[in-house]
Write a protein that binds this ligand. Structure first.
Ligand SMILES: *Cc1c(COP(=O)(O)O)cnc(C)c1O
Length: 384
C-alpha cells in the first residue's frame, strides 16, 4: 500500500490525463419487463437462420486451430452484394471493410485519420460514442451545432468546419438520438466544406439506414475518396450480440485501415455467423418493415396524447418536452418500461419494440400524463 489513504487507487493510477474524471459508455442494463432503451431489434433471429448459424459455426469450429481469414474476403464479398442489391449502387469487396461492430470500424477510422494533434467533429446531440472513441484514440473532439429542431443547420455547420478544420467529420443519418435524417444535399455541402478546409475524411454513420423513409447515401461515394459510409448488423439485422459492423469507401481507405487493424481481429465464428445472417436478408428486412410501421405508430400516438415528437427515420422516437426528463424517465421505469435518457434536456428516446411492448409503453406514458404536473410543456414557438 502506498500513498494517502483518503485517495482511491483509481486516483493514483497513471491513466492518461484526458481520461481522468470521465465516465464510460453505460446505457443501464436493467431487468424490467419492457426494455426499449438501446435501439435493439425486439425480434429474435428466425429459427431457420439460427439453424444455419449453428451449421456454419460447426464447420468453422473444425478449423479453430487455425487463425481466421485475416482479410475476411468471403464476408466482405457478401456484404458488398447486400449493399449493391439494396442501394442499386455497385460496391465490390475492395470497397468494404468489416470489424467487431461499427464502433470498432469507427475506432479504426480514428486511429487511421485522427489521433494526437488531430481533431474530429460531430453535430450534437448525436451518437455519444463518436466523441468517446475520439477521446480513446487521442483525437480532439469538437461539438458542432444542430438547429433547435435537431436538423443540421448547414450554414452553422459549414462555419464550424471552416473554423476548426477537423480531420474527421461525423454525419449520423438517421441521427441518434433524435431520429433526424440528413438530406444528401447537406452531406454533399459538408463534404465540400471539409475538403476546402483541410481536406478531411467525412464519415456518414448509417447505423439506422434500413429504417429510413429515404435512401442510403452510398451513391455519393462515386468520385469522393474522402467519404466513408459506416453500417452495422446490430440494428436492422437484429444481431446486436454478433458484433459486426462494416464500412464502404474507396479501396484506398480500406487499404489505409489495414495499418491499424489488429491481425485476425474478426474471429472465424463471427465471420461464419455473419455469413449465415447474410443468407437470410430477405426475412430480416421483413421485420424491418414491421418495425417501421410500429415506429410510425409511436409517432402518431405520442402526438395524439399531446407529446412533442421529432420526425424519425430510425427504429426509435425522440419525445418530450419534459420540465425534467430524468424524472419522467424514472416514472416510465416505475411502470415497467425502460426508455433512454440521452441527456438531451427535455427529451427522452424510446426504441420501437413489438406491438405489445409499444402498447405497454404508450399505456405508461398516458398514465403518467394523467398525473398533475406531468404533462409535457407545450411546443416552443420556432423563431424562424
Ligand atoms: C447503435 C449504433 C451504432 C452501432 O454500433 P455497433 O458497434 O455496430 O453495435 C453505430 N452508430 C450509431 C449512430 C448507433 O446508434
Amino acid at each position: 500500500m502506498t500513498g494517502n489513504p483518503s485517495v482511491s487507487p483509481w486516483d493514483e493510477l497513471p491513466v492518461r490525463d484526458e481520461l481522468r474524471g470521465k465516465s464510460p459508455y453505460g446505457a443501464p442494463q436493467l431487468d424490467v419487463p419492457v426494455r426499449l432503451n438501446t435501439n435493439e431489434n425486439p425480434y429474435p433471429l428466425p429459427e431457420p437462420l439460427v439453424e444455419r448459424i449453428a451449421e456454419r459455426v460447426r464447420e468453422a469450429a473444425r478449423n479453430l486451430n487455425r487463425y481466421p481469414d485475416r482479410d475476411a474476403v468471403e464476408l466482405r464479398t457478401q456484404l458488398a452484394k447486400y449493399l449493391t442489391d439494396t442501394s442499386g449502387y455497385e460496391v465490390g469487396p475492395a470497397n468494404v471493410w468489416a470489424a467487431n461492430g461499427s464502433n470498432e470500424v469507427i475506432q479504426q477510422l480514428l486511429q487511421t485519420f485522427g489521433g494526437p494533434g488531430r481533431a474530429a467533429i460531430g453535430f450534437e446531440p448525436s451518437y455519444s460514442m463518436h466523441g468517446l472513441i475520439a477521446r480513446g484514440t487521442g483525437t480532439g473532439w469538437i461539438s458542432g451545432p444542430r438547429g433547435d429542431d435537431f436538423t443540421i443547420d448547414l450554414a452553422a455547420a459549414q462555419k464550424a468546419i471552416a473554423e476548426h478544420r477537423p480531420d474527421v467529420v461525423f454525419i449520423t443519418t438517421p441521427n441518434n438520438p433524435t431520429g433526424t435524417a440528413v438530406p444528401p444535399e447537406t452531406v454533399l455541402a459538408l463534404y465540400e466544406a471539409a475538403q476546402a478546409a483541410k481536406p478531411s475524411m467525412v464519415v456518414v454513420d448509417e447505423a439506422y439506414i434500413e429504417f429510413s423513409h429515404g435512401d442510403s447515401l452510398l451513391p455519393l461515394l462515386e468520385g469522393r475518396p474522402h467519404l466513408v459510409v459506416s453500417r452495422t448488423m446490430s440494428k436492422a439485422f437484429g444481431a446486436a450480440g454478433l458484433r459486426l459492423g462494416y464500412l464502404a469507401a474507396h479501396p484506398a481507405v480500406v487499404d489505409a485501415v489495414q495499418l491499424v487493424r489488429l491481425p485476425y481481429h474478426l474471429s472465424a465464428v463471427t465471420q461464419a455467423t455473419a455469413l449465415a445472417a447474410l443468407e437470410h436478408t430477405g426475412v430480416l428486412l421483413k421485420y424491418v418493415e414491421q418495425l417501421k410501421a410500429e415506429r410510425d405508430r409511436l409517432v402518431t400516438e405520442l402526438r395524439a396524447i399531446g407529446y412533442e415528437v421529432t420526425a424519425s427515420d430510425a427504429n426509435f422516437v425522440q419525445f418530450g418536452r419534459f420540465p425534467d426528463a430524468h424524472e419522467a424517465w424514472r416514472k416510465i421505469l416505475d411502470r415497467g418500461v425502460l426508455v433512454r435518457d440521452n441527456g438531451v434536456p427535455g427529451w427522452l428516446r424510446v426504441t420501437a419494440g413489438t406491438p405489445e411492448e409499444n402498447d405497454a409503453f404508450l399505456d405508461a406514458v398516458r398514465e403518467m400524463q394523467c398525473l398533475v404536473g406531468d404533462t409535457p410543456t407545450p411546443p416552443k414557438e420556432q423563431s424562424s
